[in-house]
Design a protein around this ligand. Sequence first.
Ligand code: ATP
Ligand code: MG
Length: 346
Amino acid sequence: MTLLSIQSASKRYGPVTALDNVSLDVPAGSRTAVVGPSGSGKTTLLRLIAGFERPDQGKVCLDGEVLANGPSAVPAHKRGIGIVSQDGALFPHLSVSDNIGFGFERGAADRDKRILELLDMVELDRNMLTRRPHQLSGGQQQRVALARALGRKPRLMLLDEPFSALDTGLRENMRKAVARVLQAAGITTILVTHDQGEALSFADQVAVLRDGKLVQAGSPQKLYLQPRDRETALFLGDAVMLPAIVRNGFADCALGKVAVDGDHQGKAEIMLRPEQIRVVPDDSQPAYHGRVVEVEFGGATCTVAVSLEGVALPPILIKTSSVALPETGDRVRLDIAGKAHVLSVR
Ligand SMILES: Nc1ncnc2c1ncn2[C@@H]1O[C@H](COP(=O)(O)OP(=O)(O)OP(=O)(O)O)[C@@H](O)[C@H]1O
Ligand SMILES: [Mg+2]
């Protein structure tokens, strides 16, 4: 069932088109990640859903109720939507405890207990309850903002880069903890993030914005392995692109005959994720594909650059484990796992 539906929404700020005819459905109970370069309209999209902005055109519907239809809109505080904004936006004059309890009924018997529960949920220490926001780190402020938003039991939670101020280890723990909390409470969530790995691991659905337009939306697997275009492919991770001629499910390319998805025939560009490629030492004619021109040791993941034989392409970079690394100058064969994705017709 669809909880949130955005239909052909557009928003301009003077000469800037921040959102251009964006349509997106968010299923109830799901997690959607919105990604895109800086300035692509991610925050604007969340602000439109929350009710801090009104679309110039288009509709926003939540659970069958029209929240905005062009410039006429239900005010933000009547939407039942929680938002943790990019800057946290806590009340500076209130303590952590009062920030979290803001919006609870005055004198509610279980107020203190609920504040403690929320504090535990976001893994903040209890001795922080009496502090003011300026006495917290950026990451701690974001967690207070998250606790405050959770406390209101929203129908929909909007998170605008809520983990960006945290360091890597804490970030991953928080992401998992927040995902657990939201899932347990059955709260549908939209997460904006700059971190592609975070988007792919957090979400059931990933939506890619570029220049205010929704380029593609779908499951993380679909977007990663079958991106609509080159830019989306590279935005979501490393990729190897090769010119090819495709016939009956196979591409003829610099790596020989490679199985491909889709039913395209003729000239195309194919894409492989580096982890689909395995470097195998092989100098038997004519099996080998090229020569190793550079090996970069990087701990768990190493990079091997292979210059392909007989093609005027830059060396392709393959991520590989540090076990049995080839050496510069070695002749190698490149084995492909899975199918290549046919990207575009040249
Ligand atoms: N209040 C405003 N007035 C004028 N222009 C704005 C306003 N808010 C956003 N914009 C412009 O709209 C575009 C989209 O901005 P938005 O904040 O949605 O981007 P974003 O994808 O969230 O970027 P970031 O990743 O940097 O947070 C940008 O070009 C931005 O400069
Ligand atoms: Mg933003």
